[in-house]
Design a protein around this ligand. Structure first.
Ligand code: SF4
Length: 250
């Protein structure tokens, strides 16, 4: 039986998929987006967060059976429209563990909330177990992607093509980072990338989180945005709408 590391479990979540959900935040992410507002999700190991409010351990180890039992204990509440969302960090960084948890769930609706950055077999194993995938697309330009997230977007685009062939419905999520992801060139590029993909339900534009830097010091990290935080965000939906895509600004 596999074990995994979780840094938060949010109950009664209403923004992480349809209905009332439990969201499980898996620890560990291979990307280093300079705007990340969950820096405690980056390292795969449990870690002590230190702040003026005291110390807190981020990262609890579960066996797949323990985590599935905890989620199944709320099955009555979560059935119907709701369910379970696996987020992070990056849930694909613990793909085998999460797949084992999903296989033990009591017929609950599963959302996979992912950056898409993973080996293809891991992505396939997870996405094919999900009922709905929230797939982040940040930057279409490879160099810009590397500059702002620390990694190439090649795997992400490949996994997006895998997803579009799976028949699993998905939502594209674009975090609006001022002057980085919200440019006309990038939003148009994302439109061209995803338009016409089978399974695509909607594009969500996510607001910039101005409290993004708040938790870095507690993690022993320094918040170093690769952009000018004071710039206004451009929540331009026109290119998506003109391609016939449903688009929401959350
Ligand atoms: S993919 Fe998400 S969790 Fe990972 S570094 Fe980027 S914003 Fe943070």
């Amino acid at each position: 039986m596999l074990t995994g590391v979780v840094f938060d479990i949010k109950e009664f979540a209403v923004h992480d998929g349809p209905g009332i959900r439990v969201t499980v935040f898996l620890k560990g992410c291979p990307l280093r987006c300079s705007w990340c507002h969950n820096p405690e999700g980056m390292s795969p190991q449990p870690q002590v967060l230190r702040s003026a409010a005291g110390e807190r351990l981020a990262g609890q180890t579960f066996t797949s059976t323990e985590l599935a039992a905890r989620l199944n204990s709320q099955a009555e509440l979560l059935r119907g429209e709701g369910g379970v969302t696996f987020s992070g960090g990056e849930p694909l960084a613990q793909a085998a563990f999460v797949a084992e948890v999903i296989d033990q769930l009591d017929d609950l609706h599963v959302v996979l909330d992912t950056s898409g950055y993973a080996e293809e077999p891991d992505f396939f194993a997870m996405a094919s177990r999900a009922d709905l995938v929230y797939f982040d697309v940040k930057l279409v330009d490879p160099e810009q992607h590397r500059r702002h997230t620390g990694a190439s977007n090649e795997r992400i685009h490949r996994n997006l093509r895998v997803l579009s062939g799976l028949g699993v419905p998905f939502v594209i999520r674009v975090p609006l980072i001022p002057g980085v992801t919200d440019t006309e060139a990038n939003l148009s590029g994302i439109t061209r990338l995803v338009a016409g993909m089978p399974g695509l339900r909607r594009v969500d534009l996510l607001p910039y989180n101005r409290a993004a830097g708040a938790k870095y010091a507690a993690c022993g990290l320094k918040f170093q945005p690769t952009y000018d935080e004071s710039r206004p965000v451009n929540p331009d939906t026109a290119c998506f709408a003109s391609a016939g895509l449903e688009v929401s600004v959350l």
